[in-house]
Design a protein around this ligand. Structure first.
Ligand SMILES: NC(=O)c1ccc[n+]([C@@H]2O[C@H](COP(=O)([O-])OP(=O)(O)OC[C@H]3O[C@@H](n4cnc5c(N)ncnc54)[C@H](OP(=O)(O)O)[C@@H]3O)[C@@H](O)[C@H]2O)c1
Length: 291
């Protein structure tokens, strides 16, 4: 099976590289330097030339706040380029594995979101990702859309690495305590995708949206506290005081859902995957960062 990974230099892209390297699959990894998905015609020619059986799209415009002022750029990458990729996959009759976000929901729920719950993104990023989902669904290609949340890893920029950096510099930190979600270790997303690959040929009917995230809901404040507990165990400098604040005390350009816990029962029942243990993931990431 020939697999094409788009966006191999991002957090998920690098984790896919780690997890696919220990399989027998024939994998072509491309970063923006090799395939720039914003160049639609060139991308089409390149993917047709590679002729993969499966495309894994790990690219995205992920700057949630910046998207509020860069609407067109976010739309081009998260929507129009995704539409282009899904049309190419349809032409090749190959699978598209695409990743989306909990930010397609408005956060007004009190129970975990299921795949068919109504969406209502609160910001440009979530809106552009939702349009990308719709474009894939309309394309007619075989697809899996995996919505995930609060992604962190040893790679790139993410909340965990920001906490370690700020924690080493500051005596006190204020972290939002009234947004609830599920942190997800990107290596666990990549492992789940690898595990799903084995079933795709057999399960032609499995096209659809699936939720996959960490195993325990928490606030950003709880997540930060867990990071600092583990950082201290690893001998790292941590702040003396971590304060829980309200979203209204920390205004950001993009509105984030107050509650974006995803119900993962569908993916667990359809495929051989287990939810990401985010507390274990914190330990692994700090171990790896310490090298
Ligand atoms: N991060 C989160 O907290 C989070 C939460 C929920 C869902 N997700 C979703 O999870 C997926 C993976 O996210 P991530 O955290 O791994 O993202 P990331 O680290 O920001 O990586 C995104 C990658 O996309 C690449 N890219 C952007 N524009 C491109 C273009 N025109 N052509 C080719 N590549 C391009 C970037 O390349 P450059 O490095 O060259 O910019 C980067 O390597 C995304 O679909 C995201 O929406 C993420």
């Amino acid at each position: 099976m020939k697999i094409l990974v788009l966006g191999c230099k991002g957090q998920l892209g690098q984790c896919l590289n780690d997890q696919l390297a220990i399989t027998e699959h024939d994998v072509v990894y491309t970063s923006r330097g090799q395939i720039d998905i914003a160049k639609f015609e060139v991308t089409k020619a390149q993917i047709l030339e590679i002729s993969p059986d499966i495309v894994i799209n790990a690219t995205a415009y992920t700057a949630v706040d910046k998207a509020e002022e860069e609407r067109q750029a976010a739309d081009r990458i998260n929507h129009l380029a995704v539409a282009n990729i899904s049309n190419i996959c349809d032409q090749l009759d190959c699978w598209l594995i695409h990743v989306s976000t909990d930010y397609v929901f408005d956060g007004h729920s009190a129970v975990p979101y299921k795949e068919d719950n109504p969406t209502n993104p609160q910001g440009v990023y979530g809106e552009s990702k939702l349009k990308g989902e719709a474009a894939i669904e309309a394309s007619g290609c075989k697809y899996l859309i995996i919505r995930t949340a609060w992604v962190y890893s040893e790679y790139g920029n993410n909340f965990l690495k920001t906490m370690l950096r700020l924690g080493a510099d500051r005596g006190e930190l204020s972290i939002v305590g009234d947004q609830i979600g599920c942190p997800t270790y990107a290596q666990d997303i990549a492992k789940s995708i690898v595990s799903i690959l084995a079933c795709l040929d057999l399960k032609d009917s499995s096209s659809g949206i699936y939720h996959y995230c960490g195993d325990e809901p928490c606030s950003w404040y709880d997540f930060a506290r867990a990071i600092f507990v583990e950082a201290e165990v690893h001998g790292l400098k941590i702040p003396g005081y971590v304060k829980s604040i309200k979203t209204s005390d920390y205004p950001t350009p993009a509105i984030r859902p107050a509650y974006s816990v995803l119900d993962c029962s569908k993916i667990e029942s359809c495929f051989d995957v287990t939810r990401s243990s985010w507390r274990e993931g914190i330990k692994t990431v700090i171990d790896r960062l310490q090298g």
